[in-house]
Design a protein around this ligand. Structure first.
Ligand code: ATP
Ligand code: MG
Length: 429
């Protein structure tokens, strides 16, 4: 027997048993984003490679070694999106969404990075991103952070810490870069190969190294927060004051830099220690130069992205049941006449009760086999149509989860009313 096909390494199927949790997470995220006035934007999965090289930065892990890049049949270099900010900015510029207006936007979907697959790190993974354009002050930074904090509350996630830093203006970063290079030069022998290369190409990236052997040399590095320009300093102080006033706790992490080049001023991450090594569930910051860098207007931007796989893992570990997708009722039909009547009854019930999840038995079989299916389906009610019920225009309704197994014989309308009352009385009938 040939070996059956397998999914591409690092690209996961989300199976029916898991999708309920995904749906419930996505619904909560959507509701919270809507509560803050964010609108959804749907973007292509593929963009021109140049867009990512120009925005994320040539000398970043993502662009150097993680992108799925290919030439299409026309020879154009395209890339499966590794993140959503670049495409969102591109779309807003292209469609003129930034002319004299602010925007609060969000998107959800798969992202692709050629990384070493491990728990919490995949080659196809899902992000929800939120992006706000046209607002330069710390108020929108604070609002985005409050939005994410609210999301954790709604999801019942408690074990997360907000880490905050400021990367300053590009001028402050340039001055800091020189100081950093001077420091690393004195400890050149301790740098790993990647970092030595970055010393000339992009020394700030060295601070983002995940190599444990680099920890000691990083710990002694000068801190950007000590060398901020006055404007960034004031922005950071006001942001902190706003978060304090809103009761959002945070830790200042002066070593927090992001894996993408476009950030300035505010950067933040929500981190948990419940997921092992891949502990960042949400990361974001301000990117005031990005739109201009993409030949758009000189408009500031700020945003974040959530890693949905990591959030799902947290919810699953906490025993979150997810959205209930079991049928409310299972329709059993015995005999040819019942089968014919059954479809009509099922359709009528669906007309009358749009919220009802009704599974109609298909594929025939005797009462016993059908009843077993009904029981396994998780439904609370079995609706039973046999010869007697067809003759008298009734349907039997049996409570499957009731130890007494009570059974009622009802007219079709009575059955609908009964199910309707059960649907109304509790969200899980
Ligand atoms: P990391 O430091 O973990 O590599 P990053 O800085 O590359 O993260 P971002 O590009 O900021 O991550 O992405 C935002 C969020 O998306 C991350 O905080 C994480 O939750 C999630 N994420 C990023 N890469 C992956 C991946 N390969 N698999 C699963 N989730 C991911
Ligand atoms: Mg990464």
């Amino acid at each position: 027997m040939p070996k059956p096909f397998q999914a591409v390494r690092g690209m996961n199927d989300i199976l029916p048993a898991e999708s309920a949790l995904w749906q419930s997470l996505e619904t909560t995220v959507r509701d919270v984003l809507a509560a803050y006035g964010y609108h959804e934007i749907r973007l292509p999965l593929v963009e021109k490679t140049e867009l990512f090289a120009r925005s994320i930065g040539e000398v970043t892990d993502i662009v150097e070694k993680e992108m799925y890049t290919f030439a299409d049949r026309n020879g154009e270099s395209l890339t499966l999106r590794p993140e959503g900010t670049a495409g969102c900015a591109r779309a807003c510029i292209e469609h003129g969404l930034l002319h004299n207006q602010t925007q609060r936007l969000w998107y959800v979907g798969p992202m692709f990075r050629y990384e070493k697959p491990q728990k919490g790190r995949y080659r196809q993974f899902h992000q929800v991103g939120a992006e706000a354009y046209g607002m330069a002050g710390p108020d929108i930074d604070a609002e985005l952070i409050c939005l994410s904090a609210r999301l954790w509350r709604q999801l019942g996630i408690g074990d997360v810490v907000l880490q905050l830093n400021s990367l300053g203006s590009s001028a402050a970063r340039a001055a800091y870069r020189e100081r950093l290079v001077a420091y690393f030069e004195t400890r050149r022998a301790e740098l790993d190969e990647d970092s030595r290369r970055r010393l000339t190409t992009n020394p700030l990236r060295i601070l983002d190294s995940k190599n444990p052997a680099m920890r000691a040399v990083l710990a002694g590095a000068p801190v950007l927060l000590d060398h901020l320009d006055a404007d960034s300093q004031a922005h950071f102080e006001e942001l902190r004051a706003m978060l304090d006033a809103a009761g959002v706790a945070y830790e200042i992490n002066p070593r927090l830099v992001r894996g993408l080049d476009y950030y300035c001023k505010t950067v933040f991450e929500w981190v948990t220690d419940t997921l092992g090594a891949q502990g960042t569930i949400c990361a974001g910051g301000r990117y005031d130069g990005l739109l201009e860098q993409l030949d758009g207007p000189a408009i500031p931007g700020v945003g974040f992205a959530l890693g949905l796989e990591r959030l799902v893992a947290m919810l699953a570990a906490a025993g979150h049941p997810g959205a209930d997708a079991n049928p409310h009722a299972y329709l059993i039909m015995v005999g040819d006449a019942a089968q014919r009547r059954g479809l009509a009854l099922a359709e009528r019930l669906r007309d009358q009760l749009p919220a009802l999840r009704l599974r109609m038995h298909c594929g025939g079989g005797g009462f016993k086999a059908q009843f077993r299916r009904a029981d396994h389906s998780g439904a609370r009610f079995a609706l039973i149509l046999g010869e007697d019920e067809v003759r008298t225009g009734t349907v039997a309704l049996k409570l499957l989860r009731d130890p007494d197994g009570q059974q009622l014989t009802l007219s079709h309308d009575q059955a609908a009313a009964h199910l309707c009352a059960a649907l109304d009385s509790t969200s899980r009938i």
